[in-house]
Design a protein around this ligand. Structure first.
Ligand SMILES: Nc1ncnc2c1ncn2[C@@H]1O[C@H](COP(=O)(O)OP(=O)(O)OP(=O)(O)O)[C@@H](O)[C@H]1O
Ligand SMILES: [Mg+2]
Length: 508
């Protein structure tokens, strides 16, 4: 084959891969874009066994969808990354990524080299993220009334959820909310048994022995054991011998003494990674010590952090009482909530914790309410960290206009990539308008002209009436980090998809 023909064939192949990938991504986007914004509808996911999940949450839909196309899988990762890092805005990120791919492909089809489009897109994303940060307004700590609005908008206008989440945020405090290792979204737990509440402490979904089902037990010391609560066993070689039996009895006696010592030290809760023997269970029940066995590592870590306890192995029980006391933590409240079937820890001596309990009457509904509350909690935390921007797609459009102006001054083919980002940024507003039953193009032009005229980045459209709306005045606001992250995540995946030249199936 001549070089020319070879190049042409390569070009065709690249085009066909790109178009295939773009089509797969289009299909993924259409599954979630209908849920975006205040008029977005829910999606019902149906499993093989007829199990049903109803949700409006982008990442949940993508996670549960049966996706086999490799490029489409990349989209699932966008939503997942968005969820993990900022906890909300997964639909926005997906919609943006889809729009970026579509715009990029259009330029490639016009004949702009892929590398130029991809490079320009990267630059466009950088500019957009910078511009979004420049549009951010700060939050004045956890008492800022705007936080309620952020929780309300991210919480799909559930006033009760917004109240729970903002109350929780106040209890957690600014310092903790800003701590990079702390995820406020994880503080949300669902309950289909009890009412909603904010509990200033930890909840552990375990059932202790019925003798210990007291709602308001006094506090006590806390032992966190990364082990089983039972006597140490003699080695296998001694088992079955007289010496072995003697050793076993001796160890049992020692163990009984160790339990007695724990009781003397005022231990009120023993949390173990493994099981407990019958004797230990009986001892704890008799002495009113809450015994929680077979906890996960994560649960143990949380209890240890909250109570200020040092997780130890069984051998630590041999320590002298004053030494042993040093590894114990403390909780001012150790109770069991029978309705919720959860152990409640309060007044910890370690780092503070808050649990936001979201109640509902059925399993399907409670799951979605908890997802909504987790989104609202993540949004509140993101806003405390990075401020907020006008919502409803308005700020994206303002940034799109800024990018268009920048593009005018750019030379070279990369300008096409920047143009692609600018066009993609119109998509969230356009999609929200479609979901609200309006024709997007006409409204987009109206908003664009009005923003230009007024110099405001907050003008958008009222999804009920179709009229112009100042989103800031209406207090429709989104956390800036959620938007910035959505743009960056979308840019990464769109760049990756554009650069894929061929798809080859691996062995095995
Ligand atoms: N009353 C409202 N009017 C206009 N826009 C709104 C209103 N309420 C919410 N929005 C906008 O809807 C968008 C968020 O929509 P949605 O919560 O469906 O998706 P997401 O946050 O991107 O993803 P997900 O919540 O699925 O992870 C934000 O841009 C927000 O500003
Ligand atoms: Mg949301």
């Amino acid at each position: 084959m001549s070089q020319l023909k070879q190049n042409q064939a390569d070009g065709d192949e690249r085009h066909s891969t790109l178009l295939h990938n773009a089509a797969a991504i289009r299909a993924i986007c259409s599954a979630v874009e209908g849920t975006l914004g205040p008029k977005g509808l829910d999606t019902m996911l149906v499993g093989g066994q007829g199990d049903v999940l109803i949700t409006n949450d982008g990442v949940t839909i993508l996670e549960k969808m049966d996706v086999s196309h490799p490029a489409a899988r990349l989209m699932v990762q966008v939503a997942r990354a968005q969820q993990q890092q900022v906890g909300d805005g997964t639909t926005t990120a997906t919609v943006l990524a889809g729009a970026l791919v579509a715009e990029g492909v259009a330029h490639v089809q016009e004949g702009v080299p892929v590398a130029k489009v991809a490079a320009g897109m990267q630059e466009g994303i950088r500019l957009a993220a910078e511009a979004l940060a420049a549009h951010a307004r700060p939050i004045e700590g956890p008492d800022d009334p705007m936080l309620y609005r952020i929780a309300y908008v991210a919480g799909r206008e559930h006033a009760d959820i917004a109240r729970l989440v903002t109350e929780g945020a106040r209890l957690v405090g600014e310092e903790r909310l800003r701590d990079p290792g702390y995820r406020f979204g994880d503080a949300v737990v669902s309950s289909d048994k009890g009412p909603s509440e904010v509990w200033p402490g930890l909840l552990v979904p375990r059932k202790p022995a019925p003798e210990l089902w007291r709602p308001d037990a006094a506090g006590g010391a806390v032992l966190v054991l990364q082990d089983a609560l039972e006597p140490e066993r003699p080695g296998d070689e001694t088992l079955g011998t007289d010496a072995g039996v003697r050793l076993l009895l001796e160890r049992r006696e020692q163990f009984a003494g160790q339990l007695e010592r724990l009781a003397e030290l005022g231990v009120g809760l023993i949390a173990t990674e493994r099981g407990a023997d019958a004797e230990a269970e009986q001892f704890c029940a008799d002495r009113g010590i809450l015994l929680l066995t077979r906890l996960t590592r994560a649960e143990l870590r949380r209890i240890a952090a909250f109570a200020g306890a040092m997780p130890v192995r069984r051998a630590a029980l041999r320590k002298q009482p004053d030494e042993l006391a040093r590894v114990l933590g403390r909780a001012g409240h150790l109770g069991y909530d029978e309705a919720q079937e959860r152990v409640k820890l309060g007044g910890g001596a370690g780092s503070p914790a808050v649990s936001v309990v979201v109640g509902a009457s059925t399993r399907e509904v409670v799951g979605e309410r908890a997802r909504i509350a987790a989104d609202a909690a993540s949004a509140v935390q993101a806003a405390v960290r990075g401020g907020y921007v006008p919502g409803g797609g308005s700020v994206e459009l303002a940034v799109a206009r800024e990018l268009e102006r920048r593009r005018e001054t750019m030379r070279g083919m990369e300008a096409y990539g920047v143009a692609a980002v600018a066009r993609a940024l119109r998509k969230p507003l356009a999609q929200m308008l479609v979901n609200a039953g309006f024709h997007p193009l006409e409204k987009l032009e109206l908003v664009k002209a009005s923003q230009l005229q007024s110099g405001s980045d907050a003008l958008g459209i009222d999804c009920d009436t179709g009229e112009l709306l100042d989103c800031l005045a209406a207090q429709i606001v989104d956390p800036a980090p959620v938007k910035i992250h959505a743009v960056q995540a979308a840019g990464e995946v769109a760049g990756a998809v554009l650069r894929i030249h061929t798809v080859v199936k691996m062995k095995g």
